[in-house]
Design a protein around this ligand. Sequence first.
Ligand SMILES: [Zn+2]
Ligand SMILES: [Zn+2]
Length: 548
Amino acid sequence: MAGISDSQSSMHSALSPSYGISSDIFPGLFDWFFAHHVFDRWCRDRAWQLHCAGGPGSGKTTLAALVAKHLEAGAQERHLAVVSIFIQKDVVAYETSFLEDFLEIVYHKLGDSWACNEEDEEDFDEYQRQRYGNLEGCRASRRIHLIRKAVYSRLETLAKSARAFLVLDGIDLCSSTLYLLLDMELSVLQEKGLCILLTSRIAVFEQLEARCDHSNHGDAPDDDPIEEKDREVLDLFLLCRVCESVLCFNCRDAGRICENCDDNDALYEPYDHVTIPVNVCPPSELKQFIAWNLEREHGDLGLGSPHPRKPPLSVLGRSLRADRTSKSAEVLVDRIIDLAYGNVSLAKARLDLVHEAQSIVQIEARRDQLPANIVTMFDAGIKGVEAQSPTKRDLGLKAIAAASRDDQGISIPLMQRWLHQSISVQTRSGEDILEAARGFLLATPDDNPQKIRLFNTIFNYYVVERYSQVIHRADSQLRADTLRRKDSSYHEMQALSEPRVRFEPMNVSEEPTEITPYKLLRTTTTMDSIEEAPSQPFILRKGTRAWY
Ligand SMILES: [Zn+2]
Ligand SMILES: [Zn+2]
């Protein structure tokens, strides 16, 4: 049987069947995710896809790799077959080849499963003849038809003895046309029994709000039901096909039945996917990650991270431990948490700087600026916005500029009004805006109307403090265009917007030591140097992915 390696050389270059988990990754980083009730239900249920949505640097690829590892552990005993696929760069060309190769990887990786034996490979043999044996080549629609058939029959074989899972990372890197195609493909694969988890920078644009209708919800007595507005919004629920009332899983598990129909025969889950937002890592996990990372590099700082063998104290480690009463190490951990605003990559970038410092004073000397490595990460991400078609690029940059007017977000109708005075192709919905901004913007589904805001407060600072010239230009143009059309609302909101990042110093308890000028020059970038010249190239540490 031909394996992935045989055909890998001709695979679409954006596709990878594996992703090595870097040694920089704290294994407990996503413990909160694995304990999430929605993840638990997804593992046991195949009725809907699980979407993990988070902005740049929130650790989605790591999460996908960890989920695959989690499922693969004991796959045979638990009767699971696991396929993971990582999309590694933008897919804007050869989309049909992408789709074909995607299906071929699914086919091969399902075949690697312990559960896949004694099957009929006739369909795949025919595909191979057409793909590799046909000298003048066979048309794409025929090839895709054949590989589809092979995948479907393999899924049918597997379904007799196992449950098959697909973990797909980075679906947002697909062009919007390919995204739609792939989405349809995934729906069919799901019907054929594949359980699907995917990660994306952008959550599906929608606004669903369901609350349980049962009068005893929350174990309330018959004569004193909880008011509807006080009932929690549900991410998982059952809907009655007959009377359209909502029943939560807690009520169903407590034996309650649809009050209008007197039975639960018509209950079903009315959604095809459920989203777990992964934009913000909870502080407790972030804290453990930072402590683990610091002690791995600098020795036992008294942070209690779970390393079997910590290295001897580094120079910085000794500096941090010198004065135990002021708890410098704990203060440093809290400070990194404060400056990351829940973003894993921002925490990691701060840690990289800490590792280069010789003392707390050196760390503090940089506190009021965005470090060069963070500026470099944001710059790389903005290049991805710029690399789109001219109309999308214009929309994306102006939308980012507009969203920075208010760190709580701008309502979609207002943002569309502003944008439509300045762009050439009108947006049809907030989805167009989110897509053009490549994950740097997110919607707030709990607001009515929904708002669009920047994905992270530090990124807000980057935009408002004009670290990016292209966004600054987009902002000036938007302001000029709206003023020209006698709409002063954009201009006026400018005055209200102040970056709310707190860069105040932490307690420094030791005597200042000499700061190496070279190091400061290399690792910090000030506003002025950006205006004069492009920021200096900065080498990212191993394991830190660029945000293209
Ligand atoms: Zn309920
Ligand atoms: Zn009913």
